[in-house]
Design a protein around this ligand. Sequence first.
Ligand code: 5AD
Ligand code: SF4
Length: 447
Amino acid sequence: MGKKKLYIQTFGCQMNVQDAQKMAVLLEESGYGTTDDPEQADLILVNTCSIREKAAQKIYSQLGRFRELKERNPRLLIGVGGCLAQQWGDRFFRRVPYLDLVVGTHQIHRLPEMVGELERAGGRIVETGFCDRVGSLDIPAQPAAGAVSTFVTIMQGCNNFCAYCVVPHLRGREQSRPLPEILREIETLTAQGIREVTLLGQNVNSYGQTLPGETDFTQLISAIGKVPGIGRIRFTTSHPKDLSPRLIACFGEIASLCEHIHLPVQSGSDRVLRRMNRGYTAEAYREKVAELRRVCPEISITSDVIVGFPGEEEEDFQQTLELMREIRFDNLFSFHYSEREGTAAVGMDRPVCEGVKRERLRALQALQAAHTLEKNRACVGRWESVLVEGQNRNGCEEMTGRTRGNRIVHFPGRTGLIGKTVSVRIGEAFAHSLRGEVEERGGADVH
Ligand code: 5AD
Ligand code: SF4
């Protein structure tokens, strides 16, 4: 008999993608190989996201599409994992009657056992308990074949309790992975051709606080900086209140640490930041940015903003735009506030109406589009160090890669360059990418 087939669909953040890869690794031992075609699957897992309402809505419509497959093949198993599974627990069964399995964020390591039980005895299983130590934290995720860059989970959970955010409620408290485990995983990844790692956690600056001894995030970056074969290190996400002078100094000291930081500001108004429980002022944020730019003038800075948090007046919103005009983010992810069950912001006074949120988001995104283009145009004429990731999906003659500042670059080139770092002279700038020509002597590794 051939291998049983697993189809996994992920929604939401990179942590979910990592978890999905871990699920695939775990279920391989139960005899499952992955497939891209849900019609071929014996087991379908949907890794859900609950960060914003829109993400949650998409999941129900997706599950609806699998209903027909279940009707045709009653032996098909369908499960949900991720944050929405954690939040809804057995309520999911009521809403999706053909669902077999609900796996919470701390129960992934038990998937083989749960799937085995369903195969043997049928029925329905829901497991959403929290554990002191997340069993799946140390399971290495398996990047896609041929990948050059990948994410490595270094911690998960969050202790910050920003008023709008479900993460601390659904992923639990912060937990860090021991440093030697992370190094071992990265060494294995280099042997598979990985040249760039992005260290992943909800608040990477807190790395080490749950470990015995004195390990901190800067020690981890320094240690990874010494792993042969890893030319580039990135991390996401960091919290402005915990961005220490030591971590800022790393941008001037560690050669493989890329000149890019994703530093979510959320709002430019102190009044809103206070209500969000962010723990810093707009001025403190500006100072951190100034310090980052002093240590590393070419650093690219990206951020997240929420518009329409309860109590956000026009004046507060204008302060956010003002902060954007001053800082000029290289890129910005913006969202309109959506209320999430169980968070402190539920029922806060002075909610902002949907029309106003929409209009603010539109104005903010128009401003950012102009800034992103301005920043991209400033790259024209420069030589950029580009890690070649693969062929450009839009044009078969072109290769694609990223600058150290995390900009996508397309250039004419051959597939033999994949995994190499080349020097590209930027000729054109677009809204979401750059185009250039690789150096004549191209192919030599540079940093
Ligand atoms: N509503 C809107 N945006 C949110 N984010 C987190 N929670 C919410 C919410 N309830 C945004 C924040 C965060 C990003 C990952 O998602 O900007 O940084
Ligand atoms: Fe959510 Fe705030 Fe924690 Fe980020 S730092 S995961 S926004 S609670």
